[in-house]
Design a protein around this ligand. Sequence first.
Ligand code: SAH
Length: 349
Amino acid sequence: MSDAEPLSAVFQRLIANYGPISLLHYMGESNARYYADKDPLGSAGDFITAPEISQIFGELLGLWLADIWMRAGSPAPVHYVEMGPGRGTLARDALRTMKRVGLDPQVHFVEGSQALRALQAQAVPQAQWHHDLGSVPTDAPLLVVGNEFLDALPVRQLVKTPGGWRERMVDWAGDRFRPVAGDKPMDAAVPDALKQAEEGTLLETCPGAAAVMHELAARLAAQGGAALLIDYGYAAPQTGSTLQALRAHTKVDPFAMPGEADLTCLVDFAILAEIAASEGAKWQGTVTQGNFLRALGIDMRAARLAEAAPHHADTIRRAKDRLINDDQMGTLFKVMGVTGPDWPQGAGF
Ligand code: SAH
């Protein structure tokens, strides 16, 4: 949409007419615009994700799903559902691996971006597309994957000011956007334990991620199935802003170029586990990506690939290290497992 009015102009007009907008609004509109018409993934884009680093990532997730599906009695039919599938790379690698062990599910992609839907159709032509989970079939168990999906959903931030808790808003300072405290009291929205928090304390919540987890867990409880959610995030509650922006593989000011950089926040896995349980689904655990992939045999799989293609051995080892090493994606990224209440315990949790 290169002919569309720049988002920063839209925001400036809105703020001039109605006052500061919420950070939730700012982040939601920015990412909708950001993802709408381009492919931000890969070395020529703004960021790179695990499935784009190595085929092993999708293969091992596919094996995890196939393993738990078999131990649940190989129910058929069954649906593979991926939320925010990017270029479709993870799905392609996972489906290829699942097929080898006799699992050939129907494929459903939850995707908002037209540009990415076109790429996904090349990778997985048989897929059906959805705007949200609402239209995904209710007739059979679901095998669900979401990699770096929840981190793109907009957050709301509350900040403690001398006058009490306020929502964090975005204002136009004449030459740039900047965060400011709103003027409406928000104390009622803050848990009791935080009401007396020190001035400057910041509480971040992601209503979109919570809503997705409510719906997903309710579906798993009713239909059966298993879900893996992978993202960078934290497993115990914390305060502070985690908002960041990435452009061309570099961190930039989240308020500098709305709609032109990828805005993300860390995922609060603690609250997601509570929500899953509240809907009657089984929380399998939340573990680091490094430990999860090691438990699924990434070392052996990488060694096999390197044997088959000795001249690529170095590349394969570097990609594996990137996925599991503590100073790379191994610790910051977490894998959360959720299943229907009667499904078996999955590998790696
Ligand atoms: N899972 C992929 C892509 C991650 S990028 C990978 O690992 O490479 C985030 C993905 O979520 C993109 O496909 C983006 O278009 C999609 N997305 C972001 N916000 C969304 C929303 N609100 N609804 C549907 N899809 C969304």
